[in-house]
Design a protein around this ligand. Structure first.
Ligand code: HEC
Length: 239
């Protein structure tokens, strides 16, 4: 009887260890899949804003639109700010345009964004910079794509004397001038919180692990009882 109980115990412990290790590997796999999925989402959001910006800059240039107070809300950066604000309000995802040589101090990069800009500066072929970060205690995924100076951008970002007057007046501390074609101008920066999504994956796996472990213990107990009955029957037949 004692031997059978020890065997039962060993099978249960080994089974539980196997289930736990499978669950752990599963958790790691699902977490990394979740991150990749969110990074893909970030990329889409960033590219979408990049195209919107380019379209606005080109349209302004083609239409030879006067750069003044009235048309200012159509400027790529202004439109980007407003899209970013609306986007944040409806999704909780942060969408920013940043630059170390900023025109608006609100677009000043943080540490992670500074590192990204340094990498883009070092390697012009680098098309994205991503990673995990913590902001105010919250775990977030961060994703940046570089913005380079194009022909249409020069109107407002080349020599100070040549840019529209109202920009000179509105941004007395403007650092975003004297750029030339092809220069790294800054980046589009997307930040998405992942605490909640990761907790959901974890919760689901813990749930599954508990159910599987309980199921396994029941199965082992059931098999042990059946085997006991059969062994007893065989023994009694022998007698
Ligand atoms: C019509 C003028 C105009 C054009 C054209 C323009 N910009 Fe700007 N840009 C601005 C203004 C004004 C700001 C500051 C907006 C704000 O207050 O946030 C700005 C800000 C930015 C920023 C945010 C960082 C900062 O300096 O505050 C980036 C990045 C940027 N521009 C890149 C570009 C690129 C790339 C192009 C071309 C595709 C472009 N801009 C074309 C006027 C312009």
């Amino acid at each position: 009887m004692k031997k059978k109980f020890i065997l039962f115990l060993i099978i249960t412990i080994v089974g539980t260890v196997v289930i736990l290790s499978i669950s752990f590997t599963n958790y790691q796999k699902q977490s990394s899949m979740l991150r990749e999925e969110i990074f893909d989402k970030c990329e889409m959001i960033a590219i979408e804003l990049k195209h919107t910006r380019e379209y606005l800059a080109e349209t302004i240039a083609i239409a030879n639109m006067e750069h003044n107070e009235t048309t200012r809300m159509l400027m790529p950066a202004m439109a980007g700010n407003e899209i970013g604000r609306k986007f944040y309000n409806s999704t909780g995802y942060q969408l920013r345009q940043i630059s170390s040589k900023y025109r608006n101090p609100k677009n000043n990069p943080d540490k992670f964004e500074e590192n990204a800009l340094a990498e883009f500066e070092k390697n012009k072929k680098l098309s994205e910079y991503k990673g995990v970060d913590k902001i105010s205690g919250q775990k977030v995924l961060r994703f940046l794509i570089p913005l380079y100076m194009e022909e249409a951008c020069l109107k407002c970002h080349s020599a100070k004397e040549t840019i529209p007057d109202f920009i000179q007046e509105d941004y007395p501390e403007d650092k975003a001038t004297d750029y030339t074609f092809g220069d790294l101008r800054g980046a589009i920066s997307v930040t998405i919180p992942i605490d909640k999504a990761e907790a959901e994956v974890k919760g689901h796996l813990i749930h599954m692990t508990i159910i599987t472990t309980v199921g396994m213990v029941f199965l082992v107990t059931f098999i042990t009882i059946i085997m006991n009955i059969m062994i007893k029957k065989i023994d009694s037949n022998k007698i």
